[in-house]
Write a protein that binds this ligand. Structure first.
Ligand code: CLF
Ligand code: SF4
Length: 531
C-alpha cells in the first residue's frame, strides 16, 4: 500500500460529516469550544465504494476516501474540492471535445479556465483552503490532459504538499501517458487517479477517438484506439498494484458505447478500479465538437440511470459527478471559481491555519455522524412497516449542502435526486435547472423546464415554495413537500415515502408511474450557481 502523508494528518474520526457548519462563503471563526470492500482486487462488497461507510472497507481505504467528495457520496454533501488549470496540452482527440474549452473527460464544454503556472496554482489553492476549511482535495483535471503536461502537474503537487500537507491530491487522465508516470504519481503521494475509459473494444473506440499522438506521430482509427486501450489497462493495473485508488470515468454515448459500458465496468473491476463514474455525453452544436456537429445526442435521465443500474454488482458506481470545470472551486454542484481569480487572491490576506482547518473539519465530522445516525434510525422505522411490494420512487430535494432539506424552491440551481423504498434512501443523481426566483419574483417561464428536469420524481422536498410553483408541480403530478425543513435528507425522504404509502393504502392518492426527465446540457455558469 502506498504511504500517504496527506491523509494521515487528518484527525481520526468515527464517521464523516457537519457540525454547526456555516454556509460556504462565510469566513470561519476560531471555535470557542473545540470546535470499498476489497477494493484493490475488485472483489469487494456491493455496498462499498462511493456510497460506502467505514464498515464497508479497510481502515486505510476509508482514510483515503472519507473526505474526498468524489470518492464518497456521503462526503460530497460536506466536503469541497478544487481544480487548478495548469495542464493545457492533450495527446489524444476525443469526438466530444473542442480544445477551445476544457477537457470534457473531467469537465464540460462551454466554459474556459484561466490557465495558471504551478506557482500561481499553489498560491490559489492555499488561498482557497484558508477561506473554505472544508476544501480537502486538489484535483488537476486539465484543461487538457494532466499527464500530457507532466512537469507542470507534478511541480504543482510537489509545491502544494510542502505548503498544505493536509490536502489530498487527485488527478484525471485519458491514460495514454499513464504507465510511464506511475512512479511519479506514487512519489508525490497522489492517492486518487481518474482514468477516462469509454471502451475496452478498439472497434468501439475508433468511433470515439479519431487520433492519438503516440511515439512522435499521429496514429488514427482502430490502431489508435487499440494503443489507447492497452495503455489504459496497463496503467490501471499498475496503479492497483501500487495501492492508488482509481476511479474510471466513462462518457455514455447513446448508440456508440451504451451497451458496451457494462463490459467496461466488468473489465475495470477485474483490474481493481475502486469506482466507476458513468457520465452523460454533453453534446450541443454550439460546442463545436464532432459529436455536437454531427447530431450525436446525449442520454436522457432515465437512459443514464438504466445503464448505471445495469452495471450494479460490478465495479462500484459513482452517481454524484457534476462534470465540473478544470478550475472548479467548492462543493460539487457549486462553482465559486469567480471568487478566487488571481486579482482577487492578490488582495487577500492568506493565513493557512492547519489547526483551524482540523477543528472545523471535526465539526463537519459530528454533523456527518448525525446524518448517518438519522438515516439508520429512519431506516429501522421504515423496515418495521409490513410492505407486500418493492415499490421505489424518485424524490427531488432542494438543498444547499450539509445533507439537509434547506433550500427554497426558487433558489435551486440543482436538485439532488434520491431513490426511496421501504428499505433504502439512496442518492442517484442530480438535475441542473435555471433559477426560478429572479430578483425576488418567480419567473413563470422557467417553470416548465424545472418540471421537465424532475419529471420522473413523485415529490420534491423543499424548505419553502410559493403558491404558483406549488400548483404547477401538483398539476404535473409531482408533490411539493415543505414539511421537513432543516431535516436530514434521507430521514425526510423516508418519512415522506411512508406517509405516501399510507395515503395509497387509504385510497387518498393513486400511485402512478412517472415518465422520463431531461438532463440539462451545456454550460453551467458560475453566476448561475452563485445566485
Ligand atoms: Fe477533481 Fe476528478 Fe479528483 Fe474529483 S472531480 S480530479 S476525482 S477532485 Fe468529481 Fe468533478 Fe465528477 Fe471529476 S465531480 S468531474 S468525478
Ligand atoms: Fe479533450 Fe480531454 Fe479528450 Fe484531450 S482527453 S481530447 S482534452 S476530452
Amino acid at each position: 500500500m502506498q504511504a500517504s502523508t496527506n491523509a494521515s494528518d487528518l484527525p481520526a474520526a468515527t464517521y464523516i460529516g457537519i457540525g454547526q457548519i456555516k454556509p460556504l462563503g462565510v469566513k470561519i471563526d476560531v471555535p470557542s469550544t473545540g470546535g470499498g470492500c476489497g477494493t484493490q482486487g475488485g472483489e469487494g462488497k456491493a455496498s462499498c465504494g462511493s456510497s460506502g461507510g467505514p464498515d464497508d472497507m479497510p481502515a486505510e481505504i476509508w482514510e483515503k476516501v472519507k473526505n474526498h467528495p468524489c470518492y464518497s457520496e456521503e462526503a460530497h454533501h460536506h466536503y469541497a474540492r478544487m481544480h487548478v488549470a495548469v495542464a493545457p496540452a492533450c495527446n489524444i482527440q476525443c469526438n466530444y471535445c473542442n480544445r477551445k474549452y476544457d477537457c470534457s473527460n473531467e469537465s464540460r464544454p462551454g466554459v474556459v479556465s484561466q490557465k495558471l503556472t504551478p506557482e500561481q496554482a499553489v498560491k490559489k489553492v492555499v488561498a482557497v483552503a484558508s477561506e473554505i476549511p472544508q476544501m480537502t482535495v486538489l484535483g488537476i483535471a486539465g484543461p487538457g490532459d494532466s499527464l500530457a503536461s507532466p512537469k507542470k502537474t507534478f511541480e504543482t503537487f510537489r509545491m502544494l504538499q510542502e505548503q498544505a500537507p493536509d490536502i489530498k491530491l487527485c488527478l484525471s487522465t485519458n491514460g495514454l501517458a499513464l504507465p510511464d508516470l506511475v512512479d511519479e504519481i506514487c512519489k508525490y503521494n497522489i492517492d486518487h487517479v481518474t482514468i477516462t475509459i469509454n471502451m475496452v473494444d478498439p472497434a468501439v473506440g475508433a468511433k470515439i477517438y479519431p487520433w492519438i499522438f503516440w511515439e512522435h506521430k499521429r496514429v488514427t482509427g482502430y490502431e489508435a484506439a487499440r494503443i489507447l486501450h492497452e495503455r489504459q489497462m496497463k496503467g490501471l493495473e499498475m496503479l492497483t498494484a501500487r495501492g492508488v485508488l482509481t476511479k474510471i470515468n466513462s462518457v455514455l454515448i447513446p448508440g456508440v458505447n451504451d451497451e458496451h459500458l457494462f463490459e467496461v465496468n466488468r473489465e475495470v473491476k477485474k483490474r481493481g478500479a475502486f469506482l466507476h463514474n458513468i457520465m452523460p455525453l454533453i453534446s450541443e452544436p454550439e460546442h463545436g465538437t464532432h459529436f455536437g456537429l454531427s447530431g450525436q445526442r446525449g442520454p436522457t435521465a432515465q437512459e443514464l440511470k438504466a445503464v448505471q443500474d445495469a452495471c450494479m454488482g460490478g465495479a462500484n458506481l459513482m452517481r454524484h459527478c457534476r462534470q465540473c470545470r478544470a478550475d472548479a472551486v467548492g462543493l460539487l454542484g457549486e462553482d465559486r471559481s469567480e471568487e478566487f481569480t488571481l486579482d482577487k487572491i492578490g488582495q487577500m490576506e492568506v493565513v493557512y491555519d492547519l489547526e483551524r482547518r482540523r477543528e472545523y473539519q471535526q465539526r463537519v465530522e459530528s454533523e456527518r455522524q448525525a446524518q448517518h445516525d438519522a438515516k439508520q434510525e429512519a431506516l429501522a422505522v421504515s423496515r418495521e412497516i409490513d410492505v407486500a411490494d418493492d415499490m421505489k420512487v424518485l424524490v427531488a430535494v432542494a438543498t444547499k449542502g450539509g445533507g439537509r432539506v434547506n433550500e427554497h424552491f426558487g433558489h435551486v440551481t440543482e436538485f439532488q435526486i434520491f431513490e426511496v423504498s421501504a428499505a433504502e434512501a439512496l442518492f442517484v443523481g442530480h438535475r441542473r435547472v435555471d433559477l426560478y426566483c429572479q430578483g425576488g419574483y418567480g419567473d413563470d417561464e422557467q417553470l416548465p423546464s424545472v418540471v421537465r428536469a424532475i419529471n420522473d420524481c413523485h415529490a420534491v422536498l423543499v424548505a419553502k415554495i410559493g403558491a404558483c410553483p406549488k400548483d404547477e408541480l401538483a398539476q404535473a403530478g409531482i408533490e411539493p413537500v415543505d414539511q421537513y425543513v432543516g431535516e436530514f435528507i434521507e430521514k425526510a425522504a423516508l418519512a415522506w415515502f411512508n406517509d405516501y404509502r399510507n395515503r395509497i393504502e387509504s385510497g387518498a392518492v393513486v400511485h402512478q408511474d412517472r415518465g422520463d426527465a431531461s438532463i440539462r446540457q451545456g454550460a453551467y455558469t458560475s453566476s448561475a450557481s452563485a445566485a
